[in-house]
Structure formats: C-alpha cells, structure tokens
Write a protein that binds this ligand. Structure first.
Ligand code: IPE
Ligand code: IPE
Ligand code: MG
Length: 246
C-alpha cells in the first residue's frame, strides 16, 4: 500500500459548483485509534482538516459551507472527550476572531447553544456578530445540533407565535416554517459529504436534506484533503438531479 497512488480527481467544472456543501466531519476517533493515540488527538487533527477544507471552499467561490461539529447525541461521550472537543472549538473560534480579516468567513451557528459553557456561548455570539461583514462565504457550524431538535425548536416557536396571534396555523407554508429553523436564510445543501465509511445522516439537517446529493467515502476526516473534496464535487456533477420531475 505504501506506493499505491490515489486515482486522479475527476475533472471539476468550476462553472457549475454546488452552492452549498455540508460535511459530517466523522472518523476522528478511528483515525486516532489506528495510531494508538487518544481520541482527542483525532479531533485535533480533524480541526486541521477543517481549516484546510474551509480555505479551499472559499477559494472555489462556494458561498455556503455547513459543518457538523457536535451533535445533540455527542454528549453521551466521556466527559474528557467532550471537553477536548469544546476546547478545540474555543481555539478555533479565537483564531477565527484573530484572523477574521484574512479568512473572511461569515460564521453562524446552528444548534442549541444554551447548553454550552457561558464563555463558549459568548465567543460564538462575538464571532457571529463580528463576522457579519463577510457575507460572501458563509460557514455554518453545527454545535449541539440535532435535526429533530431543530424541528422541535421551530415547532415550539411557531406555536408560541400562534398563541400570541402573530402566526396562523392554517396559513403555514414550507417557506414560512423554514424561517423558524436554525438555517433560516441559508439555501438547502446541494451536496452532503460524509467521510469515515458510515452511510447515515446521524440527525444532520433532516429538513434541509430533502433533495441533497449524498457522497460517502471511507477516508477518515483527519485524512480528508483538497483532492478528496474535488472528487466529491466531481461525483456530484455527474448526478442528475430531478427534484421529483422527469
Ligand atoms: C467525529 O469523529 C467528531 C465528532 C462526532 C465530534 P468521531 O469522534 O465520531 O470519530 P469516530 O466515528 O469515533 O471514528
Ligand atoms: C455525527 O457523527 C456527528 C458529528 C460528526 C459531529 P457521530 O460519530 O456522532 O455519528 P454516529 O454515532 O456514528 O451515528
Ligand atoms: Mg463518529
């Protein structure tokens, strides 16, 4: 295997890129296990991949990137692992603030941030606020995010508006319901990438994924590179999207 070459990435048509790519950043734990390292080392390597891939998405001119960083179910993990992930997020966001004018991402968060440590919540608010000046490339970080939780949260807010008299259940449309989701204002993902060999959504973007194209690869997230993103985009460009039509 040492000398085996990866197949060349398929030709990518730079004129017809997906507008919104979403990634389930999975496989950090297995990457670390293979190296006899603690799981936190896998998360740390995964955060490096995030930096590289976000830079590439921006260079390609793709306006929306959504990243699944921590799910509503990930609290089931050992407290040391959860705090290692939260520390990496803290570092990532502090760095994002420092390098804001160089990287130029608008950063938003999908998820229930109220369960996070207060300092991390404050950091998320600050990053969200300061980065509003860079709307050309929008990065959505899913943090304590669950698709079901998002839909419940929206249903509760909508019901409250109905009780208050500012919304009408009979008149509710898909478009109006979407304004209650964490993703309001963001178009649905065109392409959802999941590395690590798992072929499931794991509670990611349940509403928004209705017509997304899925791309799975066995590569673990810390090993995912620019050529792998191009391979995913190339595969996406071979698909025929019908949206229920013919
Ligand atoms: C994804 O990698 C990162 C998070 C869920 C936070 P995992 O930690 O799930 O890695 P595996 O699936 O155990 O390899
Ligand atoms: C999904 O990965 C969540 C993130 C990548 C943040 P998991 O590793 O938690 O998903 P399962 O448990 O394999 O379904
Ligand atoms: Mg996993």
């Amino acid at each position: 295997m040492l000398f085996s070459k990866k197949p060349p990435a398929p030709e990518v048509d730079l004129e017809h890129l997906p507008r919104h790519i979403a990634i389930i950043m999975d496989g950090n734990g297995r990457w670390a296990k293979k190296r006899h390292l603690p799981r936190s080392a896998g998360h740390s390597a995964g955060s490096e991949t995030l930096r590289r891939i976000a830079t590439q998405v921006k260079k390609l001119g793709i306006p929306y990137l959504t990243l699944y960083a921590f799910s509503t179910e990930n609290w089931k993990r050992a407290p040391e692992e959860v705090s290692a992930i939260m520390d990496l997020l803290r570092n990532y966001l502090r760095e994002a603030l420092r390098d804001m004018d160089k990287n130029q991402f608008q950063i938003s968060f999908f998820g229930d941030l109220s369960a996070l440590d207060p300092d991390l919540q404050a950091l998320c608010d600050q990053v969200g606020e300061v980065s509003k000046k860079y709307p050309q490339c929008r990065m959505n970080i899913c943090l304590n995010y669950g698709g079901r939780d998002e839909i419940l949260h929206a249903a509760r807010a909508f019901a409250a508006d109905c009780v208050a008299g500012s919304a009408d259940p009979e008149a509710l449309t898909e478009e109006e319901f979407e304004t209650y989701l964490y993703s309001r204002g963001v178009p649905d993902p065109d392409l959802i990438i999941r590395p690590s060999g798992e072929q499931r959504l794991s509670n990611f973007l349940l509403w928004q994924a209705a017509y997304a194209e899925f791309y799975y690869t066995d590569i673990l997230w810390p090993d995912f590179r620019e050529a792998d993103l191009l391979a995913a985009i190339g595969a996406y460009q071979q698909r025929k999207r019908r949206f229920g039509g013919v």
